[in-house]
Design a protein around this ligand. Structure first.
Ligand code: FES
Length: 144
């Protein structure tokens, strides 16, 4: 069953969280604990830091489950696309981490654009082709 997208709006920024593709790396919790705290009922507190700090922390999310939208900032027209290459890194005993931007076409034809994502390589995910953390449950061991 697909879980709904969580949306947290603050002053000048919106943070979204897609629980279907989170790999539970806890990178966000370590990067900015004043904002990301699973001990709180509302686990993302956008008022806990300045938008720039939140954007920087979310950029570290290896799965792309966290995304940000800056409010009130114009996107420069004609800005050149990033020339940085897409990075693909296998996580030991886990998914392929993709640092994009990347466009993924799912088996059902749905197109998903992400700044980053994690692709399953264990076969146990319920959110294919994205990793949902199931590799931990099944004890997946990556080939050596
Ligand atoms: S690699 Fe994470 S669910 Fe398959």
């Amino acid at each position: 069953m697909t879980k709904r997208l969580q949306v947290y709006e603050g002053d000048g920024i919106v943070v979204t969280f897609d629980p279907n593709v989170c790999i539970h790396s806890a990178v966000c919790l370590r990067a900015l604990p004043a904002v990301f705290d699973v001990a709180q009922k509302r686990w993302i507190q956008v008022e806990g830091a300045e938008p720039d700090a939140i954007v920087a922390a979310v950029a570290k999310c290896p799965s792309g489950a966290l995304q940000t939208v800056r409010l009130g900032q114009a996107v420069p027209r004609g800005a050149p696309p990033t020339a940085a290459p897409v990075e693909v890194t296998p996580r030991p005993n886990g998914p392929l981490l993709i640092r994009g931007p990347i466009r993924v076409t799912k088996e059902n034809g749905e197109v998903v654009d992400r700044a980053s994502c994690s692709l399953c390589r264990c076969g146990a995910t319920g959110t294919a082709p994205f990793c949902d953390g199931s590799h931990n449950r099944i004890g997946f061991k990556s080939p050596s």
